[in-house]
Design a protein around this ligand. Structure first.
Ligand code: IPM
Ligand code: MG
Length: 360
């Protein structure tokens, strides 16, 4: 039976990069027999402009019915002055929460061709292959109470709540452990257990879960040290597992190790492995509409979709090889450009990946 993919381009460069991923999916469908249907819907600022909400019911309904979701990016300067409850980001957060997409996998892999594109020394990053497992539906992003209140003095006070239940920690650490079993069998759980009670409990649960995985070496690190270690000696890590907010921050940091934030894909999975796939970068309003955004993170997100939600790991491998070949051939968007390479735009590099896929 054909699988239904919901495509949500969103805002800014989301439109441009998703178009390239859709081109690739269409090629897989037409030339390689991938049995899919694609629907498109609104999310983020674009949805707000059209409907008054960043997550229209129609989008949520389609998302619930789909087998997998491909998302571009949300947000932009245009919507920054809106009330936080209807900002574009709320559309994405709402989708994650409503669909129970608690497990966010963010692989940071350095393609050897891009060793020069990283701001870190090649010997520090070459061979890098880290999997960041970010908890995605809890923590300070969703904790109650939250808001801004006015004190008797007239001064305003803003507050958010970092909250995790044992069960939420348990399930995300298990995901990290399962992944580690298929890789280097090492998990580093990142917390701030020296200051925050909530993450002290996180650490206790991680240790407990770790006992069920005797083959996995579990370590713990405070988040400040983890940020430092990521830029000092990133190859010490195999799988990192952490809270929603720490994962948000550390994954941007890890992205730059790979040369560009435009290279990092992600998968957000629910209990049953159903998922949403998106590049980890944002909508980049500064370069939106110029045709220069790097679509490779989105294209690599399609590979993750094929592997995790559509049971097509062979096609996923093909996409990854096609990206490799495209880089081998010297195609580079400006964010990953280095001397002597062929600087191209979004569409050209997308076309090159499709051509590489066909040639393989
Ligand atoms: C990410 C993004 C989002 C987040 C924003 C757009 C809400 O930064 O996916 O990392 O903070 O989770
Ligand atoms: Mg982020």
């Amino acid at each position: 039976m054909s699988k239904n993919i919901l495509v949500l381009p969103g805002d800014g460069i989301g439109q441009e990069i998703v178009a390239e991923a859709v081109k690739l999916l269409a090629c897989l469908r037409d030339d390689f027999g991938l049995d899919i249907d694609m629907d498109e819907a609104l999310i983020g600022g674009t949805a707000y402009d059209a409907t008054g909400t960043p997550l229209p019911d129609a989008t949520l309904d389609l998302a619930r019915e789909s087998d997998a979701i491909l998302l571009g990016a949300v947000g932009g300067t245009k919507w920054e002055s809106l009330d936080i409850s209807v900002r574009p980001e709320r559309g994405l957060l709402g989708l994650r929460k409503e669909l129970g997409l608690f497990a966010n996998l963010r692989p940071a892999i350095l393609y050897p061709q891009l060793a020069d594109a990283s701001t870190l020394k090649p010997e520090v990053v070459s061979g890098l292959d880290i999997m960041i497992v970010r908890e995605l539906t809890g923590g300070i992003y969703f904790g109650q109470p939250r808001g801004v209140r006015e004190l008797d003095s007239g001064e305003k006070e803003g507050f958010n709540t970092l909250v995790y239940r044992e069960s939420e920690v348990d399930r995300i650490v298990r995901v990290a452990m399962d992944i580690a079993m298929k890789r280097g069998k090492r998990v580093c759980s990142v917390d701030k257990a020296n200051v925050l009670e909530c993450t002290e409990m996180w650490r206790e649960v991680a240790v407990r879960v770790g006992n069920d995985f005797p083959d996995v070496e579990l370590s713990h690190m405070y988040v400040d040290n983890a940020a430092m270690q990521l830029v000092r000696a990133p190859k010490q890590f195999d799988v990192m597992v952490t809270t929603n907010m720490f994962g948000d921050i550390l994954s941007d940091c890890a992205a730059m190790l790979t040369g560009s934030i435009g290279m990092l894909p992600s998968a957000s999975l629910d209990e049953n492995g159903r998922g949403m796939y998106e590049p980890i970068h944002g909508s980049a309003p500064d370069i939106a509409g110029q045709g220069v955004a790097n679509p490779l993170a989105t294209i690599l997100s399609v590979a993750m979709m094929l592997r995790y939600s559509l049971g097509q790991s062979e096609m996923a491998d093909r996409i990854e090889s096609a990206v490799m070949k495209t880089l081998d051939e010297g195609f580079r968007t400006p964010d990953i450009y280095s001397e002597g390479m062929n600087k191209v735009g979004t569409e050209e590099i997308g076309d090159a990946v499709v051509a590489a896929l066909r040639a393989n």
